[in-house]
Design a protein around this ligand. Structure first.
Ligand SMILES: C[S@@+](CC[C@H](N)C(=O)[O-])C[C@H]1O[C@@H](n2cnc3c(N)ncnc32)[C@H](O)[C@@H]1O
Length: 244
């Protein structure tokens, strides 16, 4: 299935349902405390960036290619954050402006990962950190709700997510040094199907309408017996721009 994601159309459902990853947020805030300026690439509705802005005194900039998603970020009270409309692979932001640059669930939308990390390297200050949050193949296969109830999302995701070695190679080509790979996990209790009915995950746009309907019905059936217990997991690839 050939799918073009229009985040302008997804923006309302996304902002209504998607929330920050707890463990990841803590790790980002800890690093942001040490930096004077933070950039989120593909900030969407800014659910992570707004929390970092509340918790630290860093200058916080969010960049996204979707006007609709930026509108959602602004509507959430974005006075504390600066918002920029741009493609992450070619921004017009000044060089060496940020001590921390991160993205959450964005890199699978970016085909030109070398251009992406070259731009990150240009924007980072020497000693600055980059954090790329994405899912491994194992994580994609074991998502309780998505792979369990909508199995067609698995091949769809595997077709677009970059394997970790591909991302690490692109970082190194850009002069960045990989440091840690951290996994975060938190309990996730699903009590209703609205998030899935509204297709607030872009992979739900990559399966047929029939499969989507079947998955929602199966979920409703399961929920009659009680909440669906799962875990929300995320994985962060950390790297540093060496000091000159
Ligand atoms: C799954 S959402 C993640 C939003 C946010 N990072 C979060 O954690 O909630 C992906 C976001 O990446 C943005 N995006 C995708 N490709 C992009 C690109 N090349 N440059 C900038 N933003 C991009 C989309 O518009 C969308 O807002």
């Amino acid at each position: 299935m050939n799918v073009t994601f229009d985040y302008d159309k997804l923006a309302t459902a996304y902002a209504a349902h998607r929330t920050p990853y707890g463990g990841l947020l803590g790790a980002l805030i800890r690093r942001a405390h040490e930096k004077d300026a933070v950039l989120e690439l593909g900030c969407g509705s800014a659910n992570h960036l707004l929390r970092i802005a509340e918790a630290t005194s860093a200058r916080c900039v969010g960049l996204d290619s979707s006007v609709g998603m930026l509108g959602q970020a602004r509507a959430r009270g974005g006075e504390r954050i600066e918002l920029v409309h741009s493609d992450a692979t070619a921004t017009s932001l000044p060089p060496a402006s940020f001590g921390l640059i991160y993205s959450v669930d964005v890199i699978h939308h970016v085909r030109e990962v070398h251009a992406y990390f070259a731009e990150v390297a240009r924007l980072l200050q020497p000693g600055g950190l980059v954090c790329t949050v994405t899912d491994s193949e194992e994580m994609i296969r074991s998502r309780e709700a998505l792979s369990g109830y909508f199995p067609g999302t698995v091949p769809f995701e595997l077709g677009r997510y970059h394997a970790f070695p591909v991302l690490r190679e692109a970082e190194q080509s850009a002069g960045l040094t990989p440091t840690a790979t951290e996994q975060y996990s938190e309990p996730w209790q699903i009590t209703d199907t609205q998030l899935f009915q509204d297709k607030a995950y872009s992979c739900l746009h990559g399966i047929t309408e029939a499969e989507h309907r079947r998955g929602v019905e199966a979920m409703k059936e399961a929920l009659r017996r009680g909440p669906i217990e799962g875990r929300r997991r995320s994985c962060a690839l950390w790297a540093v721009k060496p000091n000159e």
